[in-house]
Ligand binder design. Structure first.
Ligand code: ADP
Ligand code: MG
Length: 256
């Protein structure tokens, strides 16, 4: 079982989109996949659930796992795709952060709860909120690998240093072996040269995937239609790019 976190403390860089495509594409390669939505915006949940996540009671979401140590088996939801499961989020999740901060096991609630269900899945993909608070730390501490989506327009060296340092500190303090699989350039604009220059600059600080995700309206449309790109527009450039990235990620994991 392999756990991959999609993380970056900046919002709007393509985390949720990437988590959705990874979960679906990896599932399509004959894997049992669990997607954990750790963002109170619940965008990933709304793509994978028929009903709106707002209609869920907080007891039916990841909130209950983190706050009340609810058994995840009671929270995990089937999606309309076979062997693809979801732990949904809801707006209430934003209230969990202070509760975790005040508890000795606050860093490990997610890890502890997954203990009994890990063996049921080949991959767990975690979509993270746009900060490095307790929720992201919980996710990182149960992750083998991290994928960091980056948007050229929002590139910040300080931002990258912060997340790299956070992972390094966790590995030191908690003796974990969280590995950065790579940074993924998203919303790449093929017409500008800035994006290209950014990739070269970034490579000085962290591994960057050989392959990027272009900017395309198809992404927004697919979210509205509640479908992963490979289903909504299988021949689109972005769908194919996400398939390539999925291959790169799976190969990268095998080599580690
Ligand atoms: N490759 C892309 N091209 C165009 N729009 C995108 C692309 N990736 C994401 N978006 C859009 O940008 C917004 C932010 O993306 P999202 O995946 O939600 O980022 P995050 O989870 O980091 O906040 C969303 O409205 C999404 O539909
Ligand atoms: Mg998001």
């Amino acid at each position: 079982m392999t756990t991959i976190s999609v993380a970056n403390q900046k919002g709007g860089v393509g985390k949720t989109t990437t988590a959705i495509q990874l979960a679906y594409n990896i599932n399509q390669k004959d894997n049992r996949v669990l997607l954990i939505d750790l963002d109170s915006q619940a965008n990933a949940s709304s793509v994978f659930l028929d009903a709106s996540p707002n209609s869920l009671k907080t007891e039916e979401t990841v909130y209950a796992i983190l706050k009340d140590k609810e058994d995840p088996k009671r929270i995990i939801k089937k999606t309309k795709w076979e062997n693809l499961y979801l732990i949904p989020s809801s707006l209430a999740l934003s209230e969990v952060e202070p509760l975790l901060t005040g508890n000795v096991d606050g860093f490990f609630r997610l890890q502890d709860s997954l203990e009994d269900v890990r063996s049921e899945f080949d991959f767990i993909i975690i979509d993270n909120p746009p900060n490095l608070g307790m929720l992201t730390l919980n996710a990182l501490l149960c992750s083998d690998f991290v994928v960091i989506p980056l948007q050229a327009a929002k590139f910040s060296l300080d931002g990258i240093r912060t997340i790299l340092e956070t992972i390094e500190t966790l590995n030191k303090k908690f003796r974990t072996k969280i590995k950065i699989l790579g940074a993924l350039m998203t919303m790449y604009d093929d017409r500008t040269t800035i994006s290209k220059a950014m990739i070269e600059e970034m490579k000085k600080y962290l591994p960057v995937f050989d392959g990027y995700i272009s900017r395309s309206v198809v992404v927004e449309e697919s979210h509205l239609m509640k479908e992963p790109l490979s289903l909504y527009a299988p021949k689109s450039k972005v769908a194919l790019q996400y398939q390539t990235i999925t291959e790169i990620i799976l190969n990268g994991i095998q080599k580690r």
